[in-house]
Ligand binder design. Structure first.
Ligand SMILES: NC(=O)c1ccc[n+]([C@@H]2O[C@H](COP(=O)([O-])OP(=O)(O)OC[C@H]3O[C@@H](n4cnc5c(N)ncnc54)[C@H](OP(=O)(O)O)[C@@H]3O)[C@@H](O)[C@H]2O)c1
Length: 325
C-alpha cells in the first residue's frame, strides 16, 4: 500500500507520521505523480506548527509543495503529458488531499512541469520553490536587468543561493549578505560578486563602496525584522526592495525611504500557468547552460521525516533538505 506522511495535530517534528493508504485517482484536469523525492521547506514547518498563512485542516493533514517523480496516471482528456514522463511539481499548498510528502500525489496538470534534462532526482526535487521564488521576486516582480547591483539577504539559504545564480544568469551583480564571516568564501564560490558578513561589516557602507557610492538597485529581503532599515539605507534612491521571506520573527519598522517596496509570495505567480511556463523555460535554459544548479544540504529517507524537520529547525543547513521516497 502506498505511504504518505500525515499529521493530526499541530506541534513539533514528532507529530509527523507515515501511514499507508490507497493513492487517489486524478480528478478532471489532473495527473497523478509517483514521487521519487521531495524537499522540506520553511513553509512546511510553519504548516506543521500551526503558524502558516495557508489553511491546514486537521486531522490527517498532508505536507509538501515541491517534489519530483514520474506521471503515473492521467484523468481522461488531460493533454500534453504521458504516463512515465519525468516531472517537477510546481504546486501550491493543499494540506487536505495533496502534498509531495508521499509516494503518490495528484496535481492539476497545469502545475506540473517537465523535469529539465541533466538534473538528478535530488536536484530536481530541490529546484522549484527556491528558484521560482527568486526568479519571480527578482525578474517578474522587480524587473532585474543586466548590470543591476542586487543585494541578497539570507544568501546562504536555498532561495538566496538561487537568487545569486539567477542574478548571474541575467548579467546582474549579486551582493550576498550572511551573518557569519566564516561563510564568505563559500558564498564567493557560489557566485556572489561580493559578500557582506554582518558579524563584521556594516551593510550600507559596504554596498556603497561596492557600487561606487550609488547603492544597490534592488534588494531581496528574505529576513525582514529590525535589520530591514539597514537594507533600505544600502539601496539607491528610486531603487526597489522585494520582501519575500520572514526569517526574523521580530517586528519590521515602517519603511521610510524613497524606494518601491513589494511584498512577494511566489504563489501569486505559480497559480498563473503563463508565468509557470516562463519560469519553467528560464529554469530549463539555466540548467542546460550550467548556470542554475540547486545546492543540496542533506538527503533523508521517508521514515526519517521527523529527523529531516528537526534538521531544518536547527538552522545549520546550507541548501535544500531532500527526502527520497
Ligand atoms: N515568498 C515566497 O513565495 C517564499 C518562497 C520560499 C521561501 N520563502 C521564505 O524565504 C525565506 C528563506 O527561505 P529558504 O528556503 O532560503 O531558507 P533556508 O534555506 O532555511 O535559509 C535560511 C538562511 O537564512 C539565514 N538566516 C536564518 N535565520 C536568520 C535570521 N533570523 N536573520 C538573518 N538571517 C537568517 C541563514 O544564513 P546565515 O547563517 O548565513 O546568515 C540561513 O542559512 C524563508 O522565510 C521562507 O519562508 C518565501
Amino acid at each position: 500500500m502506498p505511504r504518505v506522511v500525515v499529521f493530526d495535530q499541530f506541534g513539533g517534528p514528532d507529530v509527523l507520521h507515515v501511514v499507508e493508504e490507497p493513492a487517489a485517482e486524478p480528478a478532471a484536469g489532473e495527473v497523478r505523480v509517483r514521487i521519487e523525492a521531495f524537499a522540506v521547506n520553511p513553509l512546511d514547518q510553519m504548516m506543521r506548527a500551526g503558524n502558516s498563512p495557508a489553511p491546514v485542516p486537521l486531522p490527517h493533514a498532508r505536507l509538501g509543495v515541491e517534489g519530483t517523480g514520474v506521471v503515473d496516471a492521467l484523468a481522461p482528456g488531460t493533454t500534453g503529458l504521458a504516463i512515465g514522463d519525468p516531472v517537477i511539481l510546481a504546486a501550491v499548498p493543499d494540506a487536505s488531499v495533496r502534498g509531495s510528502y508521499a509516494e503518490y500525489t495528484t496535481a492539476p496538470a497545469s502545475r506540473v512541469i517537465a523535469r529539465p534534462a541533466g538534473l538528478g532526482v535530488t536536484e530536481a526535487a530541490a529546484i522549484w520553490v527556491a528558484f521560482s521564488t527568486a526568479y519571480g521576486a527578482l525578474v517578474e516582480k522587480a524587473g532585474l536587468r543586466p548590470g543591476d547591483h542586487v543585494l541578497i539577504t539570507a544568501a546562504s539559504g536555498a532561495v538566496g543561493r538561487a537568487a545569486i545564480q539567477i542574478a548571474n544568469q541575467i548579467g546582474a551583480v549579486p551582493i550576498a549578505v550572511t551573518r557569519h564571516t566564516a561563510k564568505k568564501q563559500e558564498l564567493l564560490a557560489a557566485g556572489a560578486a561580493e559578500v557582506i558578513a554582518t558579524d563584521h561589516d556594516d551593510i550600507a557602507p559596504a554596498v556603497r563602496h561596492r557600487t561606487g557610492g550609488a547603492g544597490a538597485d534592488l534588494v531581496l529581503d528574505l529576513v525582514m525584522g529590525p535589520g530591514q532599515p539597514d537594507l533600505l539605507k544600502a539601496a539607491r534612491p528610486g531603487g526597489t526592495l522585494v520582501a519575500a521571506g520572514f526569517l526574523d520573527p521580530r517586528p519590521t519598522p515602517f519603511p521610510a525611504a524613497p524606494l518601491t517596496i513589494f511584498r512577494y509570495m511566489g504563489f501569486e505567480h505559480t497559480l498563473d500557468p503563463v508565468v509557470v511556463n516562463r519560469m519553467a523555460a528560464f529554469l530549463t535554459a539555466g540548467v542546460r547552460l550550467g548556470a542554475l544548479r540547486p545546492a543540496i544540504d542533506q538527503v533523508f529517507a521517508l521514515d526519517d521525516i521527523a529527523e529531516a524537520h528537526r534538521h531544518l529547525e536547527k538552522g545549520h543547513h546550507a541548501g535544500k533538505i531532500i527526502v527520497t521516497v
